[in-house]
Design a binder for this molecule. Structure first.
Ligand code: SAM
Length: 288
């Protein structure tokens, strides 16, 4: 089967046939540009060996492209009004299964076990922007077996995921993503590639999951508490951020000792520190 969707005319025809009304609360902006769809499939490097999890298939546009490239596609869609549409648009795309669920409530590790024998799957999606971070962090933190995540997100969020120390976009999200995966922005996508047009620019980001984290840290949870403390109060020094954090309970001396152990000055700001330095601070405090 060849994809039939992906251009404005066919999308409008499907929407009219079913009198579909876009639901803002579900972040519905459907792709209507075949070049962008090809770009996403190419960036994800899908082969006939792969099982793909698509989050939010909409009317099935990208699902058709994924079906052609992958061995198997499981698509999770929250909006029950889209289910009869998907049954229609995905007729003949026999390797696709649609699940009508909220992806945040699904046990995706169990789904990977059931549908792919626990082997790593690839996640590909034009994400609903209101839940980008919980979806991506949920995939990483809940140990879902995933080899890569290739997703359309708000441009600004893609920039934050890819940012390095000392830049304006660097923050807790950069560090959290880069602990689990190597990020790469594959394309910038303007609003006119969607229906309806979003108010913001978008980007396709590929996150290739590390087999093991790039740094060694004794207590992962503590490191993320320190990272949060550091960026919650961006203008403060790291030492002050840590001292004021309700999530941390260390003395001024202990905190300063930890910061000095990285070779940085005591008055350094969190935004200057690398992931490795946050790990060093964590390991120093864990060893006390
Ligand atoms: N993939 C389609 C496309 O590219 O044209 C639609 C993308 S649209 C940006 C996001 C989709 O995610 C919508 O179909 C929306 O209904 C669905 N969605 C929103 N929240 C969801 C959730 N919690 N679980 C599953 N799907 C969700």
């Amino acid at each position: 089967m060849e994809p039939t969707l992906g251009n404005p005319q066919n999308t409008i025809a499907v929407l009219q046939k079913y009198h579909f009304n876009f639901q803002k609360k579900f972040g519905q902006n459907f792709l209507i540009d075949p070049h962008v769809l090809d770009k996403i499939i190419g960036a994800a490097g899908i082969t006939k060996d792969d099982m793909v999890l698509e989050i939010g298939p909409g009317i099935g546009t990208m699902t058709q492209y994924l079906s052609c490239a992958a061995r198997r596609v499981v698509a999770v869609e929250i909006d029950k009004n889209l289910i009869p549409i998907l049954e229609d648009t995905l007729q003949g795309f026999d390797n696709v299964e649609v699940i009508n669920e909220d992806v945040l409530k699904l046990d995706l590790a169990k789904l990977a076990q059931e549908k792919n024998d626990g082997k790593p799957l690839k996640v590909v999606a034009n994400l609903p922007y209101y839940i980008t971070t919980p979806i991506i962090m949920g995939l990483f933190e809940n140990q879902v077996p995933v080899s890569s995540i290739t997703v359309m997100v708000q441009k600004e969020v893609a920039d934050r995921m890819q940012a390095g120390p000392g830049t304006k976009d660097y923050g807790a999200l950069s560090l959290a993503v880069q602990y689990y995966a190597s990020p790469y922005i594959a394309a910038n996508v303007p609003p006119n590639c969607f229906m309806p047009r979003p108010k913001v620019g978008s980007a396709v980001i590929c996150l290739t999951r590390y087999q093991k984290p790039p740094i060694q840290v004794e207590d992962e949870k503590l490191m993320f508490r320190i990272i949060r403390a550091s960026f919650n109060q961006r203008r403060k020094t790291l030492a002050n951020g840590m001292k004021n954090s309700p999530e941390l309970d260390y003395t001024k001396e202990q905190i300063e000792g930890a910061i000095l152990s990285t070779g940085q000055k005591v008055n350094v700001r969190g935004e200057a520190l690398t992931l490795e330095e946050f790990a060093q601070i964590t390991n120093y405090l864990t060893a006390l």
